[in-house]
Write a protein that binds this ligand. Structure first.
Ligand code: TXA
Ligand code: MG
Length: 341
C-alpha cells in the first residue's frame, strides 16, 4: 500500500481532512494528530477496517481500542445510557485528554472492545482531530499510532518508518502538545478508578466526583479490566533504566567500568553534568515544567533507536500532577528502576 503523507496547515486543512474523511468512510486507515498522541483511525462501523488496525499495529486482539467522537450526541450510538457521575466527568473534561469506559451497545463490534462488554470513549480537543471526526460523520476507532509495544507516535515524522506502507494516509502536524496518552477512567458503584494516568490528574477528577473516592488501578484485578495495561509498552529498542537524579553519577560510573555505552535522558538543569556523553544525550526540557518533559518523553525514547548505545539512563521525576503519568510510562518502558545503586 502507498501511504499518502500530508503536512497539515491552517490553509490546507479542509482539503486534507476532507480527503482523510473519505478514506475513513470507505474503510481505510488514517493516522491523525490529537492533543495527546497521534491516533491510527478507522470507521467504527466497518469491521474490516477495524481488523486492519490490529494488522497495521501488530496489536493483540484482546487489547480494545478507544472510540473518538466529536459531539456528545454520538455516545447514543455507542452506549444505552450514562450515569450522573459519568455525565459530570464528560462535562468537565470533554473535549480533552480524557477517556471514559462505558457500557457497550450490542451493535458495536466486539473487535473494538476486545470482547469486553464495555467501550472506551474520548472526545479530542485538537481542532484537526475534531474536524476529521466531524467530516467523517462517524465515530473513529483509534489506538495510538505506533507498532504494538513501541512508544506512541507524537509526530508524523517519528512514526513514518513504523507505519508507512501499512496505512492509507498520515496527517502530520508536528509534535503533539501533551505527548502522553489520555487519562482512562471507569466509574464504579462506590469509586472512580483511574486505569491509565494522564494529563487529567487524580486531583482534577476528585474535584468533579466528590464525595466518591478516586482510586488508581494498581492491583492485578483492576488492571485486568483494562487489557492494554498488561502488555509491555512504550519500549525503546535498547534497555532503559530510571535513576533518581542524585544516583545518576554513581550509576554512570558502574556502567562505565562494565564498558557499557551509555545514553542519557535528562533535563536542562542537569545538562552540564553529561557533556562527555554527547551526542548520546537527550534533554527533555526544564524539570520544573513537567508539561515540557511529557511532550518530549516519547521523542526521547525514539531518539536512541538510531544511536549505538547499550543502555539508556533516564532521570526520574516526582509523581505529582502529570508526573504520575510520566513515571507510569517510564516504568512500563524500563527494564529496571534504580533506587539503590
Ligand atoms: O490519548 C489517547 O488515548 C490516544 C489517542 C489516539 O486518543 N489513544 C490511545 O489508545 O492511547 P491506545 O489504544 O493506545 O490505548 C487504549 C487504552 C488501552 O490501555 C486499553 O486497554 C484501554 O485504553 N481500553 C480500551 N477500551 C477499554 C475498555 N473497554 N475497558 C478498559 N480499558 C480499555
Ligand atoms: Mg497505545
Amino acid at each position: 500500500m502507498r501511504t499518502k503523507i500530508f503536512k497539515i496547515t491552517k490553509e490546507n486543512s479542509e482539503k486534507v481532512l476532507t480527503k482523510a474523511s473519505l478514506i475513513i468512510k470507505n474503510g481505510g486507515l488514517v493516522v491523525f494528530p490529537t492533543e495527546t498522541v497521534y491516533g491510527l483511525g478507522a470507521n467504527i462501523f466497518n469491521e474490516k477496517a477495524l481488523k486492519n488496525i490490529f494488522i497495521a499495529k501488530g496489536r493483540p486482539a484482546d487489547n480494545p481500542i478507544i472510540i473518538h467522537i466529536s459531539k456528545k450526541e454520538q455516545i447514543k450510538k455507542l452506549t444505552n445510557g450514562i450515569s450522573l457521575v459519568e455525565k459530570k466527568l464528560m462535562d468537565a473534561f470533554w473535549p480533552g485528554p480524557f477517556t471514559l469506559i462505558l457500557k457497550k451497545k450490542k451493535d458495536i463490534s466486539d473487535i473494538v472492545s476486545g470482547g469486553l462488554s464495555t467501550i472506551a470513549v474520548r472526545m479530542p480537543a485538537y481542532t484537526f482531530a475534531h474536524r476529521l471526526i466531524e467530516l467523517s460523520a462517524v465515530p473513529i476507532a483509534a489506538p495510538s499510532a505506533n507498532s504494538s509495544g513501541r512508544p506512541s507516535g507524537t509526530s508524523g515524522r517519528n512514526i513514518l518508518k513504523e507505519l508507512s506502507g501499512k496505512v492509507d494516509m498520515i496527517i502530520d502536524d508536528g509534535l503533539s502538545p501533551i505527548g502522553l496518552e489520555s487519562t482512562v477512567v471507569k466509574v464504579n458503584k462506590n469509586n472512580v478508578l483511574i486505569l491509565r494516568p494522564g494529563a487529567i490528574t487524580k486531583e482534577m477528577i476528585e474535584k468533579v466526583v466528590f464525595p466518591l473516592p478516586v482510586l488508581s488501578a494498581k492491583n492485578k484485578k483492576d488492571l485486568e479490566s483494562s487489557p492494554g495495561t498488561k502488555y509491555r509498552h512504550y519500549a525503546p529498542k535498547v534497555k532503559l533504566e530510571i535513576v533518581s537524579k542524585d544516583k545518576m553519577a554513581k550509576r554512570v560510573e558502574i556502567l562505565k567500568k562494565q564498558k557499557s555505552k551509555i545514553g542519557i535522558i535528562t533535563t536542562l538543569q542537569n545538562k552540564k553534568f553529561f557533556k562527555n556523553f554527547e551526542p548520546n544525550v537527550f534533554i527533555l526540557g526544564d524539570e520544573k515544567k513537567l508539561t515540557e518533559i511529557s511532550r518530549n518523553l516519547y521523542r526521547a525514547l525514539r531518539f536512541f533507536d538510531t544511536k549505538k548505545v547499550d543502555i539508556i539512563l533516564c532521570q526520574s521525576f516526582s509523581k505529582k500532577g502529570i508526573g504520575v503519568a510520566i513515571m507510569d510510562r517510564l516504568e512500563r518502558a524500563s527494564s529496571k528502576i534504580i533506587d539503590n545503586v
